[in-house]
Write a protein that binds this ligand. Structure first.
Ligand SMILES: *[C@@H]1O[C@H](CO)[C@@H](O)[C@H](O)[C@H]1NC(C)=O
Ligand SMILES: *[C@@H]1O[C@H](CO)[C@@H](O)[C@H](O)[C@H]1NC(C)=O
Ligand SMILES: *[C@@H]1O[C@H](CO)[C@@H](O)[C@H](O)[C@H]1NC(C)=O
Ligand SMILES: *[C@@H]1O[C@H](CO)[C@@H](O)[C@H](O)[C@H]1NC(C)=O
Ligand SMILES: *[C@@H]1O[C@H](CO)[C@@H](O)[C@H](O)[C@H]1NC(C)=O
Length: 484
């Protein structure tokens, strides 16, 4: 399955976000976030875009940026851009870098991390790929995450990226989680972890992130990730965004990128003891679910789902919802101590597997009640769609924003994801469909975002949820739209 490994074909950008003092003479007045960017020649447009974006992001009061671009090859055209100051640092090794992609990327990481943590003696780093779009508070989040890492040594990285930041599984921009997978795509790691854990015995034969994961697992560490992602790829349609070099047209499409600045970034609730205590309380006061989607019957509820016997079953649960997880690198994405939290509609569901230390803990305290009796797995979704939306089939060639405007309503992304969940939903709510089937979108196919829809033969299709959009359309199909 796609995951860390697949991302490796992308060249990467590193951003080292170091809480560092740029200049001894300015110690008293200025703190800078030291940023190291790594790229390769011919990716200048991506880097220019990223630099531009970095300079637009919110920063803590009186904190500046110190950007270092590490380039594999000749990136001289970068210097001709209209960008605020940055340092260009060629990536030079004693021996030529490998021509094998995975090995070369690993070598690049090593060179950059050595440069940052050893030559430059920086204590904090962020690593990004050069094709990432960042949320407005990406640097704010990491800046404060750094303090959390000082307080809790069980944290390996604080990361910007959540694989499962889709509209049906993530809603709370102020929620952050401890997870036991290595979360990349924008993260800070301490100099200490680099020198003690990563640098010794680093094998070039293994993808760098698989190695980071193995070190994390071996040492029982965790990463911190946001519920709503703070970064996503700009170039890789398979993951998240349109395939050209720009911000996605609409931030509500595909992966849901955070768009606000929180009033406060206080991560002390993520310290292990606090966090575990919070989970215990959450579980103790939660309602049990028979079907996960029943959580949709309730606004802002919190639930536990205990029919999980193993990691394998948890994989299946994620897979059924088209969520990334599926044990990338042998580790379920988003899992922590045998449980996984996901949003279902606006409710929070804690999936508890029976090997979790939390599993029995509060079994007798939970309120055993299912919201509306649980008749079938998608009843909650259908109920939510019937309650909050009208489902309208448009004319050929219109997108859902137009279709909903026609009934003086708006297309709603959350509703779109629910409607696109599968044929069981569509068949009940779009009665004019003759037959319904699910269209599979393969990795290399371009983003279209035009499902669910009725085709010219009267048959209906749902699509891969990651490729659903209010703005997708096709000349020969009628969009089926959730209007609110
Ligand atoms: C940064 O902000 C400027 C001015 O508001 C805007 O013109 C530009 O498009 C922004 N760049 C990015 C990459 O968001
Ligand atoms: C790098 O590329 C630029 C423009 O493409 C060229 O003028 C310059 O000579 C190159 N530098 C090196 C060291 O190859
Ligand atoms: C690296 O920086 C630390 C402070 O963060 C300092 O104590 C140490 O002496 C520095 N090491 C070198 C080799 O400069
Ligand atoms: C963060 O929140 C905790 C309580 O959750 C509080 O005790 C602590 O003082 C806060 N820290 C800051 C820096 O505001
Ligand atoms: C829950 O209650 C049942 C019956 O009252 C009891 O047999 C069981 O041991 C309890 N389980 C826990 C974890 O307390």
């Amino acid at each position: 399955m796609p995951g860390v490994e697949v991302r490796l074909h992308l060249y990467v950008v590193f951003l080292c976000l170091c809480a560092c003092l740029s200049d001894a003479s300015r110690i008293e007045t200025h703190m800078t976030i030291c940023v190291a960017v790594i790229t390769v020649k011919s990716r200048e447009p991506l880097v220019n875009r990223l630099l531009n974006q970095l300079h637009n992001l919110s920063l803590p009061f009186q904190v500046g940026l110190d950007i270092n671009v590490f380039c594999d090859g000749n990136c001289s055209t970068l210097e001709m851009g209209n960008f605020p100051v940055f340092s260009l640092r060629p990536l030079i090794a004693e021996k030529p870098l490998s021509t094998a992609t995975v090995r070369r990327i690993t070598q690049m990481y090593r060179l950059v991390l050595d440069h940052i943590h050893i030559s430059m003696n920086k204590s904090w780093c962020v690593i990004l790929e050069d094709d990432l779009v960042l949320a407005p508070d990406a640097l704010m989040m990491l800046y404060h995450g750094r303090q959390l890492m000082e307080m809790d040594p069980s944290i390996f990285t604080v990361s910007l990226f959540n694989d499962n930041s889709f509209h049906f599984s993530a809603t709370d921009q102020a929620a952050f989680r401890r997870v036991s997978h290595f979360a990349g795509l924008g993260f800070i790691m301490t100099q200490r972890w680099y020198i003690d854990l990563i640098r010794p015995n680093w094998p070039y034969s293994k993808p760098w992130d698989a190695y980071f994961q193995s070190q994390l697992t071996k040492n029982s560490l965790v990463c911190i990730i946001p519920e709503v992602t703070r970064s996503k790829h700009v170039t890789n349609a398979f993951y998240s965004a349109r395939s050209h070099i720009q911000k996605p047209l609409n931030s509500f499409e595909s992966q849901y990128l955070a768009n606000s600045i929180l009033p406060e970034y206080n991560f002390s609730a993520l310290i292990q003891s606090e966090y575990d205590h919070h989970l215990t309380k959450l579980i103790a006061t939660a309602q049990d679910l028979v079907f996960i989607e029943d959580a949709c019957f309730v606004d802002d509820g919190h639930f536990v789902y205990k029919k999980c016997n193993s990691q394998k079953m948890l994989n299946r649960i994620l897979k059924e919802r088209n969520l990334w997880g599926k044990g990338n690198g042998g580790v379920v994405r988003g899992m922590y101590r045998g449980l996984l939290q996901i949003r279902v509609c606006s409710s929070l569901v804690v999936i508890l597997c029976n090997d979790s230390p939390f599993y029995d803990h509060n079994a007798n305290n939970s309120v055993f009640a299912t919201p509306h009796g649980a008749q079938s797995p998608l009843r909650g979704v259908i109920g939510r769609l019937q309650l909050d939306y009208i489902i309208v089939t448009g004319d050929d060639g219109l997108d859902c924003s137009q279709v909903c405007a026609g009934v003086y309503k708006e297309c709603d992304v959350q509703g779109l994801f629910l409607l696109n969940k599968g044929c069981a939903v569509l068949e009940l709510l779009a009665l004019s469909c003759k037959v319904c089937s699910e269209v599979k979108v393969e990795g290399s196919q371009p983003y279209t975002g035009d499902m669910p829809a009725m085709l010219s033969d009267g048959n209906c299709c749902t699509g891969w949820p990651h490729h659903s959009s209010c703005f997708g359309k096709h000349v020969e199909s009628k969009r089926i739209c959730p209007c609110k």
